[in-house]
Design a protein around this ligand. Structure first.
Ligand SMILES: [Zn+2]
Length: 723
């Protein structure tokens, strides 16, 4: 036995000092896992783990992570002590065998299927393991599931994986259809066969193209044994790069016939992003999640390079601009912003590192670095980095060491400092010239007046987009400009941005909604192609007269050359519900896919009465498990049409946020905060935010400050303007 009294208490989660100690202590790690999956989702999944490793240090106890704790351990091969979600074994223990019941928290169990989602450090909420990114392990998994269920894991049955960090492990089993193309397989639960047939070839082609591109760019062949992917009905993210078994949200792969160019592009981008991760993140992994931005920036950066050839008619500079600058600025101008690289003491807080600073600002900064170094030296540096650290881990500092020139000062400024460089020289139009890069720009009064009057006349679409964003950034009211600019905007990507903005602005001009309706109705009938038509339709339906919505719903009327998909009818049903017309029973009958019917039942419950009963159920973490459904329902609950009456739910929704952060997946807290605050510009809402803020932890305070930025700004500005 070892001396218990000498051990310091080990905190819950994965503290950094524990992780560093274990990285030195443990090597050559292997897991053999056997999982017995029952048909009933209420029955626990039984597991057996054989964990073996080399010990570099036999004086320290061996600390394994298992949040479900000893009461879910059925048998252990050696003696252990339990502490705060850790199992502590005697020094010198170099092989552990455990029988256990898996924790369900990260297993997303449904009646007919389950799938794991372990990022950033949730593997140990299901399975006993060393849950940190720099203890990569070879994994051999056997899953026994009910008859007729399909099984997907990182490697083929019986095969051992390449070394993988625990956040990339993936297990799923259930009733899935499987499409095959050469060596790749697509698992899904889509029952609309026509939709599958329409999309599957393109889904495989986009993966093959991304693989091919990555192999040529990196000079390294695809680093894992196989590549399959799974489309999940209510997946928490657009996609997740589980090595050899990528998961996607089903609608990000299966597009409707009426898909806009932006949706086509979105699909190509998410596929390229997840495929690029097989090298950036999966082959070479950050040592600690403080460098999580590194895998994300390269995945995004590569994705942008990969999708360009598929959309030759597209203005890619414009696309890069639209996809990155606005979102990054939305965070970076607020008090809630953070540097690209953030310190992190415990992996149980890693979820809060993710956001637009990682996904949108860092690609802008990386583009800057590529321009500084030159495309070829940049690529060659990445090749050396991927080769040197293959199947291992590396930090940002190790990468910039490889690039050669001393980048430490540049890195301090861009990677470790939050915010934007202030550009004091005000650009005027004529004229308004391109802002010179990432920074804080302010328009002077004449430029602002000029742009509000003349924006549609700017010929270069990128300058037009920057001018639009500059006005938005200055919080100019773009409502009147939008009504004039949208009907004449020829660039689909920019049109999409303007429509999104108008969709937010128009509710602040309730007396003018009929003007919006008239403009969109005319634009809808004149749209030059289906993608543009779909873009107009998606905003039009929120202002359309209910009588017309009813005709469209019943099929008495249709929109020429815009075939409606099930999702369009569901959207109409919700729009009618928001106007007090209940067509839900009719809608429900039309939905044949069981997952989507369940989703519809859940989401449209937010339209029952004032939505209060639906909202009250969200106190139960189980009711919040399907995060995309919850967000859809919250959008209905706090829809601008109901915002005034439902402001009473804002306080409890804010009070739930810390709980949502504790139990939810990565993006859930920020999306929750955004969707509940989106409609509000009231003093009472602002007062609520200020009141609840001090009770939050520091990271959640930042999340709230970002989500509430427009609200707090609007309220303080209104106060200043008051005589
Ligand atoms: Zn990613």
């Amino acid at each position: 036995m070892w001396e218990l009294a000498l051990l310091m208490a080990i905190a819950p989660g994965i503290p950094k000092d524990l992780a560093e100690q274990r990285a030195r202590q443990i090597g050559n790690l292997r897991y053999e896992l056997e999982l017995d999956v029952p048909a009933a989702r209420t029955q626990p999944i039984q597991g057996r783990a054989r964990i073996s490793y080399d010990l570099q240090d036999s004086t320290l106890p061996v600390v394994l992570d298992f949040a479900p704790g000893a009461r879910n351990l059925l048998r252990a091969s050696s003696e252990y002590r339990e502490e705060n979600g850790h199992l502590i074994f005697a020094p010198g223990t170099n092989r552990i065998e455990l029988d256990f019941r898996l924790g369900d928290a990260p297993l997303n169990r449904n009646d007919e299927f389950f799938y794991s989602l372990f990022v950033p450090a949730r593997a140990h909420h299901a399975i006993p393991c060393f849950d940190q990114p720099d203890l990569k392990a070879r994994l051999k998994v056997t899953v026994r599931a009910p008859q007729g269920w399909q099984i997907l894991t990182n490697a083929s049955p019986g095969q051992e994986t390449k070394p993988l960090p625990s956040y990339l492990w993936f297990f799923a089993a259930g009733k899935f259809s499987v499409e095959t193309d050469g060596k790749m397989r697509l698992f899904h639960r889509e029952t609309d066969r026509a939709k599958v047939e329409r999309n599957k070839a393109e889904i495989f082609r986009l993966h093959a193209q991304a693989l091919d591109w990555m192999e040529r760019y990196t000079g390294i062949p695809y680093p894992f044994e196989k590549l399959d992917f799974m489309a999940l009905p209510s997946f928490q993210f657009g996609g997740m790069e589980h090595a050899g078994a990528i998961s996607y949200k089903s609608p990000s792969l299966f597009l409707e016939q009426s898909a806009t160019q932006a949706q086509q592009l979105g699909r190509a981008s998410v596929i390229a992003h997840e495929t690029a991760h097989m090298w950036f993140g999966d082959l070479v992994t950050m040592r600690w999640f403080s460098d999580v931005w590194l895998k994300e920036v390269f995945a995004n950066f590569m994705a942008a390079k990969i999708v360009n050839p598929s959309f030759p008619t597209l203005n890619h500079d414009l696309r890069f601009y639209l996809n990155h600058y606005r979102s990054a600025y939305n965070v970076d101008r607020t008090r809630g912003t953070n540097p690209i690289r953030q310190p992190l003491d415990n992996l149980n807080e890693a979820g809060s590192l993710y956001g637009p600073i990682i996904y949108q600002k860092s690609p802008i900064v990386m583009k800057q670095l590529e321009q500084m170094l030159g495309e070829e030296p940049f690529r060659d540096g990445l090749r050396r980095y991927l080769t040197r650290f293959s199947y291992g881990n590396a930090t940002w500092d190790e990468l910039i060491g490889i690039f050669g020139p001393d980048l430490s000062q540049w890195s301090r400024l861009w990677i470790d400092t939050p915010g934007r460089p202030k550009v004091t020289k005000v650009q005027r139009y004529d004229g308004f010239t391109l802002p010179g890069g990432y920074g804080e720009y302010h328009l002077d009064a004449p430029s602002r007046a000029y742009l509000l009057a003349n924006l549609p006349r700017i010929t270069d679409p990128l300058v037009r987009a920057q001018a639009w964003d500059a006005l938005w950034e200055d919080r100019a009211d773009l409502f009147e400009l939008a009504l004039r600019a949208i009907p004449v905007e020829k660039e689909e990507l920019l049109l999409q941005r303007m429509l999104t903005d108008l969709g937010r602005l128009m509710w602040r001009h309730p007396r003018d909604l009929d003007r919006v309706e008239a403009m969109l109705s005319a634009a809808l009938s004149r749209a030059p192609n289906r993608g543009v038509k779909a873009a107009f339709w998606q905003l039009y339906r929120s202002v359309a007269p209910p009588a017309r919505l009813e005709r469209l719903f019943s099929g008495q009327e249709n929109i020429p050359d815009l075939p409606f998909a099930e999702t369009d009818f569901i959207a109409i049903a919700h729009e009618l519900g928001l106007r007090g017309i209940d067509v839900r029973p009719a809608m429900r009958q039309r939905i044949t896919n069981p997952d989507r019917r369940e989703q519809f039942d859940f989401v449209s419950g937010a339209l029952d009465g004032d939505g209060g009963a639906w909202f009250a159920r969200l106190r139960d973490p189980q009711a919040r498990a399907r995060e995309p459904w919850v967000l859809e329902g919250l959008a209905l609950l706090f829809h601008p049409r109901r915002a005034a009456a439902n402001e009473k739910f804002l306080a409890p929704a804010l009070e739930l946020l810390p709980e949502v952060q504790r139990t939810g997946d990565i993006f859930f807290p920020q999306r929750w905060a955004q969707v509940i605050l989106e409609s509000y510009r009231t003093l009472t809402a602002a007062a609520l935010v200020r009141q609840v803020l001090p009770s939050y932890n520091e990271r959640l305070q930042r999340t709230l400050l970002v989500a509430a930025d427009d609200l707090l700004w609007a309220v303080s500005n209104a106060r200043q303007r008051r005589p």
